[in-house]
Design a protein around this ligand. Structure first.
Ligand code: HEC
Length: 486
């Protein structure tokens, strides 16, 4: 659950980052392109202004002379709008004809030349034109009206049908002293806006190379950073997955350990309960006999004193043995190494080799019925187990004429089951479980002080296995089974 969730949140984060980065690149590109366009327009503005400046300069030169005379040719015919001026046309003494050229006329002719050479155009116009062809277009009317209100410049970018962009720039023409010679008749006074010159130049696509390199540069950086984001994000996602896998593993481990600890704790409680219960029985015996002793002493029954003291001593001895067993059992839980691979066959053969099997007729026949498998565990402890089971089988053989012990194994589900089978005295059904308890032998007064089966059981359980006994009844032999997990 937590694993998927964090992996998804990383994916979302990476996608957001990638989109964000793409937007940044697009924004930067757009800004740069806008900047280039601005640059080109500024350049066009500069050229348009230059056209205006030169126009105004030679116009002023012409006006300063009150117009200039040029020879009359086929192309250069006298200006018809100029007929009021008496000296418009003159003849030199050698018979050549000259005509007066006013600034507007001169400018028109100059621009005809410029147009032929592909430069910018200038248009002289007025809201009140002397020559009807000089009338303004819609935009120029707007500009001229604005000039009368004090605006000093008008410009805009016009996109023509050919797809090209043009910068249109217009500035006013003010009535000066020289102008009055020819324009005073129209009612113009010094300082009036006589009209304006509107210039128009092509906005040149100067920055196309720059645009291409910007496009490639941005593209390269975009792809580079994007792949870093995606690769980094992918890696982060994998790490996150591994981390949560590890977290889950740790959680499981803690759970397992807790369960294990709880069961150990329960085992300990039960053990303490059994031990104290079992020790209490002889202890109350001791107390009872001591009571008798005191009575005997009071009544001066000295022959009884001796007997009670000996009994007390007997019980105390047994208690001492019991405590020894408890210690042995506690130690049997200390396993040196559980991970060693050990051959069960070797262990059984070793134990048989060192076991006294009697002689003659009653010699015990011990056989191994199949190839015993390997198990993982502590060799010394396993020897202890086999030793105990075999010597028990020998000890409880009874009067059997053909004593026989069989050791074998088989596989069942996920464990190896081993068995030690004898044809001895067998076990009464009601004792089948009790034989594994710590103080059984003491309670039933049989011989030996080894904690025996209780220790065997403990060792098997520490190795993760189980142990139990089966018998068809008294005199019918018994079989001890124990298991090891695969
Ligand atoms: C020598 C006479 C003369 C002088 C000086 C003169 N103009 Fe003109 N101007 C004319 C004539 C004639 C026209 C109309 C015919 C044409 O367009 O050629 C005209 C046209 C114009 C026009 C175009 C609009 C229209 O009325 O047709 C403007 C604007 C203009 N003059 C401004 C000026 C200014 C400003 C000055 C002073 C710097 C000036 N002129 C000096 C004779 C003159």
């Amino acid at each position: 659950m937590s694993m998927k969730k964090s992996a998804y949140s990383i994916r979302g984060y990476v996608i957001t980052l990638a989109i964000g980065w793409t937007l940044v690149v697009i924004a930067s590109l757009a800004w740069n392109f806008l900047q280039l366009r601005q640059h080109e327009e500024n350049e066009a503005y500069g050229r348009a202004a230059a056209v205006y400046e030169s126009d105004i300069t030679y116009r002023r030169w012409n006006a300063g002379h009150g117009g200039v005379y040029v020879p009359v040719t086929a192309k250069m015919q006298p200006n018809p709008y100029f007929k009021d001026i008496p000296e418009r046309d003159i003849k030199t003494t050698d018979g050549r004809s000259f005509t007066l050229v006013n600034p507007a006329f001169m400018m028109r002719q100059v621009h005809e030349l410029v147009l032929k050479e592909g430069g910018g155009t200038g248009h002289l116009t007025s809201l009140n034109p002397l020559r009807p062809e000089n009338r303004p277009d819609v935009w120029e009317v707007e500009a001229l009206k604005a000039f009368e209100k004090g605006v000093s410049e008008f410009k805009y970018i016009k996109k023509r049908n050919n797809g090209k962009r043009y910068m249109r720039l217009m500035r006013p023409l003010v009535t000066e002293e020289e102008c009055l010679k020819c324009h005073a008749k129209q009612g113009y006074k010094l300082g009036d806006i006589r009209g304006g010159i509107s210039t128009e130049v092509l906005v040149l696509p100067l920055m196309d190379d720059m645009r291409i390199s910007l496009l490639f540069g941005h593209g390269a950086i975009w792809i580079l950073v994007l792949s870093i984001i995606l690769i980094g994000g992918g890696k982060q996602e994998i790490t996150e997955r591994e981390l949560s896998k590890y977290r889950d593993h740790l959680e499981n481990l803690v759970e397992d350990r807790t369960v294990e600890l709880e069961s150990k704790n329960n085992e300990l409680k039960q053990f303490a309960h059994t031990v104290s219960h079992d020790l209490k029985t002889p202890l109350s015996g001791v107390l009872g006999y001591l009571e008798c002793l005191i009575e005997d002493l009071k009544k001066q029954r000295y022959e009884e004193v001796m007997r009670d003291a000996l009994r007390t001593k007997d019980i105390a001895k047994k208690m001492n043995q019991m405590i020894d067993r408890i210690l042995t059992l506690a130690k049997s839980g200390e396993i040196v190494d559980l991970a060693m691979r050990i051959s069960m066959k070797d262990i059984v053969q070793e134990v048989i080799y060192f076991t006294a099997t009697g002689s003659g007729k009653k010699k015990i026949d011990i056989k191994i019925s199949n190839e015993l498998p390997e198990v993982s565990g502590d060799k010394v402890r396993l020897i202890q187990v086999v030793q105990n089971l075999i010597s028990n089988a020998i000890k409880y053989m009874g009067d059997q004429q053909k004593p026989c012990i069989e050791i074998g194994s088989y596989k069942e589900k996920n464990e190896n089951v081993f068995f030690v089978k004898d044809n001895g005295i067998g076990i009464e059904a009601k004792y089948k479980d009790e034989i594994f308890s710590l103080f059984r032998q003491l309670r039933h007064g049989s011989a030996g002080i080894g904690a025996g089966l209780a220790i065997v059981k403990r060792i098997i359980e520490v190795h993760g296995g189980r142990i139990w006994a089966e018998s068809d009844g008294v005199g019918k032999g018994s079989t001890f089974y124990f298991t090891f997990p695969l």
